[in-house]
Design a binder for this molecule. Sequence first.
Ligand SMILES: Nc1nc2c(ncn2[C@@H]2O[C@H](COP(=O)(O)OP(=O)(O)OP(=O)(O)O)[C@@H](O)[C@H]2O)c(=O)[nH]1
Ligand SMILES: [Mg+2]
Length: 421
Amino acid sequence: MEEFSRTLNEYFALFIELVSQWLRLVAALLGELGVPEVYREVGAMGALFLLVTLAVFLFILLLLRLGRKKKPLETKPTSPATMEAPVVVEEEPGPISPATIAEPGIVEIPEVMEEVPLSLFERMRAGLSKTQNALVGRIDALLRGSKKIDADLLESLEEILITADFGMQTTQELIQSLQQRVARDDISADALRHALQEEIRQRLKLEAAPLDLERAKPFVILVVGVNGVGKTTTIGKMARQFVSQGKKVVLGAGDTFRAAAAEQLAIWGERSGVDVIRHAEGADPAAVAFDAARAAVARKADILILDTAGRLHTKANLMEEMKKIHRVLAREIPDAPHETLLVLDATTGQNALTQARLFKEKVKVSGLALTKLDGTAKGGMVVAIGAELGLPVRYVGIGEGVEDLRPFDPDLFVDALFQRS
Ligand SMILES: Nc1nc2c(ncn2[C@@H]2O[C@H](COP(=O)(O)OP(=O)(O)OP(=O)(O)O)[C@@H](O)[C@H]2O)c(=O)[nH]1
Ligand SMILES: [Mg+2]
């Protein structure tokens, strides 16, 4: 301790010596410059003060620069909330109420997702996690707990399939084919699991023609469905994906029922750099279809996607309106619409199946988009809908990001669903 205070004293004396030398030096310099003696000491003190201030300033600057270099690590987004918040603020256009817009900020999520790249398979798995838990999780628990593959086990399996919304018809078909296999051979639990997986896969592989966008130019997609199923959002995501594939896209805001609907589509259009043809609220949707078809031809678009107002299949006048849109499109572009895409909300389970059946009776639906699969444990309806209606599932929605609308791939779907964690 004594030694320490001695060293401190020495340093202090050295410091005083340095300061007085500095003062003497500067005073002498000022004398050389002809400064009167009374001012020399003050001048030397002032110069010292300036020097110390400069040194402190440079030190602070250095600290700030070091701090800024470290910043990216500290501000790395850690939760979806922190990632989304600034985007919503930037993107949301003033006059539109958030309630009417399909969460505009969400469209930026894929940019965030790119930082943590997920493979298609992982993305599909994540999107199907609720169904996976409720279906495959329960099936695995059942098979683990059973010593024998017998009628009781198949009955429990049947109940699980019904709960996951495979529907009565599809469930019974699946159980019957499993019963036949069990009757034929003495199969193991693993073989039964595999057999079910393959039966499901087979039912998803319909013979329907794939969505061939090259078949016509412009290829016209008419999007229909009841309120709130995700039509406009699906169109926005499709447009963005098509544009990124180098296609020229035109959108038609055929939902003239609400002013905000055209606005919602216009925002998606703006984001993807796509032209949106729109009329005033309350205008005839067939007139929008007409103008959109003309614009798509004139602008040499590859794809025209037409949005429509959500409608109940039970409302005869609305269904008539749809037929008129069909007629107008066909008159302007040969064979248009080339695809009538019925959008269904997967969270509504068997209700969606009923909707599809009724829509199909009224308009020539050629394909389905099943949205919100991420929000339901009833993913079995994907199988039921394909199998019972013979309609191909073109797209599935497994989240709110642009990349979460996926062209439907039966193999990827079944593998993701049955993958053991
Ligand atoms: N989680 C999830 N949400 C989705 C998905 N697809 C659409 N949505 C949400 O569903 C809501 C309704 O979507 P819209 O596109 O406005 O539905 P719409 O069918 O156009 O509705 P109307 O124009 O009123 O008939 C929005 O909040 C979307 O973000 C999906 O795959 N997953
Ligand atoms: Mg809409």
